[in-house]
Design a protein around this ligand. Sequence first.
Ligand SMILES: Cc1cc2nc3c(=O)[nH]c(=O)nc-3n(C[C@H](O)[C@H](O)[C@H](O)COP(=O)(O)OP(=O)(O)OC[C@H]3O[C@@H](n4cnc5c(N)ncnc54)[C@H](O)[C@@H]3O)c2cc1C
Length: 306
Amino acid sequence: MAAWRDELASRLRGEVTRDAPLAPRTSIRIGGPADLLVKPADPDDLAELLRGCRALGVPLLVLGGGANLLVADEGVRGVVLKLPPDLGAESVDGERLVLSAGAPSARLPARAQALGLVGCEFIAGIPGTLGGATAMNAGTRLGEMKDLLSRVELATADGAGWVEARALGFAYRTCRLPPGGVVTRIELRLRRGDVAASQAAMQADRDHRRRTQPLTQPTFGSTFRNPPGDHAGRLVEAVGLKGHRVGGAAWSEVHANFIVNLGGARAADVLALIRLARTRVRERFDIDLEPEVRLAGDFPTGQEET
Ligand SMILES: Cc1cc2nc3c(=O)[nH]c(=O)nc-3n(C[C@H](O)[C@H](O)[C@H](O)COP(=O)(O)OP(=O)(O)OC[C@H]3O[C@@H](n4cnc5c(N)ncnc54)[C@H](O)[C@@H]3O)c2cc1C
């Protein structure tokens, strides 16, 4: 393993950390180390990294804010890429904003308001980065990323370029990025509107979240996608799992679709909770709950089958 790490480190100008702990870089605070965590210095450095990974056959995982990730206890083999918040030039042209994918999503509303723009209220309470929000088509009942995106800048080992958002198959909490594709910048279209009403909508959303989500505990948000016409949280609660604990992890008492880390939880504990809920919901309701959370890294054989 040393050889490829030395080779990549020698080609890059950005920050390179060996055996970097990933748990502190995820919102649920679980997971082992990355072989190599890389924060590229600029777009050329990123291009060098992507070419290097391809040439050396090293797998690459993009880490945003880690707000929707379950990292394996064994960690992640290969490179974990962490984009800096300001990679690539940002710009504003009327209602069109070009923003860096590594920037925190929560910064967008304030920025929009300062320009007299509205339409991105839904993102205010969603932790993570704009790149992660794009990859996940993050959203709420107020809206989702695909409503705002006009173009996405993608980098791969073959180069970087802008792609029309409609070519990326955005759907409920998902989109189709090319294999190995890294979202580096996004182009959004907002609209002029009532900034005070926009602020009020965000405050109402924040208040609602404080009442209904375990925001003071480490979590990765919704565990399962909502099945058509139903709510995953209702189903998990109906099969008696609200508050159920395995090791250091539990189904939240506050929101039954959230898993929380009560202290010292392992990815294996979380997977056991997920598997139990899927089995019980399948048996009782004949509904197959699909995970929304993304798994990252090397799970022991069988463990990754949630
Ligand atoms: C308390 C809480 C509340 C939440 N509420 C919501 C909600 O209301 N609605 C909602 O949709 N989600 C919600 N989430 C989940 C999470 O915040 C979103 O999915 C968020 O958009 C993830 O962004 P991230 O940067 O943290 O991505 P990560 O978790 O780091 O990554 C998620 C996926 O995106 C990929 N990815 C990340 N960045 C890039 C990039 N630049 N290029 C290519 N791929 C990339 C990763 O490889 C991974 O597959 C919540 C989470 C928490 C903890």
